[in-house]
Design a protein around this ligand. Structure first.
Ligand SMILES: O=C(CO)[C@H](O)[C@H](O)[C@H](O)CO
Ligand SMILES: [Mn+2]
Length: 289
């Protein structure tokens, strides 16, 4: 098991440059940095080459996260949007591969966060989502990338809210590089049992996000970490465990994540770093790896 952190912990915008964080997370002791792929198509070839080299020099693996915008929604009822989504993913995956990234996770099958001022068509969106993911899976596979379909809570997405729904979706897609992704923050809202949800995903679990129920770093709240660690060991999970803390107000990240109060307790960057380092030690101990 390898442990990582989403660099957005320190940032306010998904567009924030992730290059400088490679060295920072290495110094904190992480194995992985997760980067936002939302704006990767704006990086130059030279930028991508430099980041890849920095990861190599620092012994860091990169993974990618993405919340596709409404205009790139693979499950949209509008065929032009689906087409734009496919083109966007092909370009994004091509650039992601330049960083040797083997895992991209998020609401790849839909868009995020969902606009609930419009009527919801769960069945239709799900069917088009299966088709959309099926349509980009081989492209990703040829680049050596796994598509990890994130199960989100009801307030952020309607298509997949439970591990069981994630497993049914991924099974229907039926491609070896399309996997289920779970996140303890979302599971805490939707699942009856953390252990059971992880066992339900079993060998299909491709990526795992962690955070407390208020999205603070693992180890400071009331998440049942021992139960989660036992279940991950039971299914012999050897993939990435990426903590995804969101503690700062402001910017697009603050508003997309609905962070309306300072969850850092006024921490400066040094204290944020220390919190991340402590959360990593806690995660290695309780979850393994
Ligand atoms: O858990 C999440 C959203 O609540 C997601 O992992 C990411 O934050 C989102 O896809 C943006 O990268
Ligand atoms: Mn997540």
């Amino acid at each position: 098991m390898k442990h990582g952190i989403y660099y957005s912990y320190w940032e306010h915008e998904w567009s924030a440059k992730f290059g400088p964080y490679v060295e920072k997370v290495a110094k904190l002791g992480f194995d992985i940095i997760e980067v936002a792929a939302h704006h990767i198509n704006e990086y130059s070839e030279a930028d991508l080459a430099a980041i890849k080299q920095s990861a190599k020099d620092n012994g860091i693996i990169l993974t990618a996260g993405i919340g596709p915008s409404k205009t790139k929604n693979l499950s949209s009822p509008d065929a032009d949007v689906r087409k734009a989504g496919k083109a966007f993913f092909e370009q994004t995956l091509t650039n992601v591969a330049k960083l040797d990234i083997k895992t991209i996770g998020g609401a790849l099958h839909s868009y995020w966060p969902v606009d609930y001022s419009k009527p919801v068509d769960k069945e239709g969106d799900r069917a088009r989502g299966v088709e959309g993911i099926h349509g980009i899976a081989d492209f990703a596979n040829d680049l050596g990338i796994n598509l990890c379909i994130e199960v989100l809570n009801r307030f952020e997405n309607h298509v997949l809210n439970t591990a069981a729904e994630g497993v049914a979706f991924v099974t229907e897609v039926g491609k070896p590089n399309v996997k289920v992704m779970l996140d303890t923050f979302h599971m805490n809202i939707e699942e009856d049992s953390f252990g059971e949800a992880i066992r339900t995903a079993g060998p299909l679990l491709g990526h795992f996000h962690t955070g407390e129920s208020n999205r603070r770093v693992p180890g400071v709240g009331r998440m049942p970490w021992h139960e989660i660690g036992l279940a991950l060991r039971e299914i012999n999970y050897t993939g990435a465990v990426v903590m995804e803390p969101f503690v700062k107000t402001g910017g697009t990240i603050g508003s997309d994540i609905r962070v309306w109060r300072d969850l850092t307790n006024g921490a400066d960057e040094a204290k944020m770093d220390e919190d991340a380092r402590n959360a990593l030690a806690f995660s290695r101990f309780v979850l393994g790896g």
